[in-house]
Design a protein around this ligand. Structure first.
Ligand code: ATP
Length: 350
């Protein structure tokens, strides 16, 4: 089901937690609210669930105003960060709990719970207790419990944060698969950008209670509209730009002779080009005919498959560049020449 937030504001005492947020989430979409601690993501999730009142604004589910509807009447499930499984209930009792609350008989609810446990590849755990499962299994039980009532929307609050790093990566893929399989609208909250990228159809980046930018993971990575978003996804150097004096349509990286093309022309004096590490290549040698960027090597980190070299450009910008192992490593403090392999760059108007 689709959900629409219209001009939502939430104030706690003197804290403006959510500031005039409007957002439309499509039926079947996986949307993630991403942002640093305190930016208002959990509050938005709780408003959608009906666990928090709004100070102003409207929440619509499939065009119907549910702003003041009781949470139990919303057909929206929430899966909490700690999964909140009942420790004294068996796994099958945990999963079928939502149906028991709706007065569905034991045989029917256990049949449905068994089906969900099968979907989650947990059939053999039916009679165990939560303490007898691994973190990843508990997470899937929590998902099954949240989905058994066929919610129109599933809300996920930091769904993977309780797991160790390896399991997190594996369960990301499982979560994505489950979403594709059942087609329910998922709205997730996280502060982990990699997780958001791997899971989501679209991501809304929040800052100080407002949406800074919303788009697909690739749109946000390739075409950030602000420094905050550019830095939030991966590393980048934001290089000030000038217009060429001779050819006014040509853009130059400031204090260099490097020209580049862009899809949008700068409309502010302080526009900057987004340079990602993968656009750069450390040159074997200086080629005078070629426009190269000169930089000083500050640090070298061996990563196994490649080496990460931190360089400082002449204008003081720093960037980590991944270089293949076959490349002969420079010395610390040595100057290197760097080729820009991309002739079209995205720019940010400050
Ligand atoms: P985190 O990633 O740390 O969970 P968040 O982005 O989810 O952060 P929220 O929990 O939505 O942030 O909080 C947004 C702001 O509202 C914060 O400044 C927080 O301190 C404040 N806040 C949240 N809930 C309450 C409350 N019940 N009473 C008072 N202030 C609150």
């Amino acid at each position: 089901m689709s959900i629409k937030l219209q001009k939502i504001t939430k104030i706690f005492g003197k804290t403006l937690a959510v500031n005039d947020v409007s957002l439309e989430i499509e039926n079947g979409e996986f949307l993630t609210l991403l942002g640093p601690s305190g930016c208002g993501k959990t509050t938005i999730l709780r408003i959608i669930a009906g666990l928090e009142n709004v100070t102003s604004g409207v929440v619509q589910l499939e065009g119907v105003d549910i702003t003041n509807l009781n949470p139990t009447k919303r057909d929206i499930s929430i899966m909490f960060q700690d999964y909140a499984l009942f420790p004294h209930m068996s796994i099958i009792e945990n999963v079928s709990y939502g149906l028991r609350m709706r007065g569905i008989g034991k045989t029917e609810r256990e049949k449905q719970a068994a089906k969900w446990l099968e979907t989650m590849q947990l059939s053999n755990t039916q009679n165990r207790f939560p303490s007898e499962l691994s973190g990843g299994q508990r997470q899937r039980v929590a998902l099954a419990r949240a989905l058994i009532t066929n919610p129109k929307i599933l809300l996920l609050d930091e769904p993977l944060s309780a797991l160790d790093a390896n399991l997190r990566i594996r369960l990301r893929e499982e979560l994505r698969k489950i979403h594709r399989l059942i087609g329910t609208t998922f709205i997730c909250v996280t502060h982990d950008q990699e997780e958001a990228m791997a899971l989501s159809d679209r991501i809304a980046i929040l800052k100080d209670g407002q949406i800074e930018q919303i788009g697909t993971p690739n749109e946000l990575y390739d075409k950030p509209t602000s420094e905050f978003v550019a830095n939030f996804f991966g590393k980048c150097a934001l290089w000030p730009i000038n217009k060429s004096k001779k050819e006014t349509e040509k853009l130059l990286l400031e204090h260099t002779n490097l020209h580049f093309k862009t899809t949008i022309m700068p409309d502010s004096k302080t526009a900057r080009a987004v340079i990602r590490p993968e656009f750069l290549e450390i040159a074997e040698q200086q080629i005078t005919s070629k426009n190269q960027l000169k930089a000083k090597v500050l640090d070298i980190l061996t990563k196994g498959t490649s080496n990460l070299i931190t360089v400082e450009f002449e204008n003081g910008l720093l960037l980590d560049i991944d270089v293949p192992r076959k490349y002969v490593l420079p010395d610390l403090s040595e100057h290197v020449y760097i080729n820009l392999t991309q002739n079209e760059l995205h720019i940010i108007n400050d």
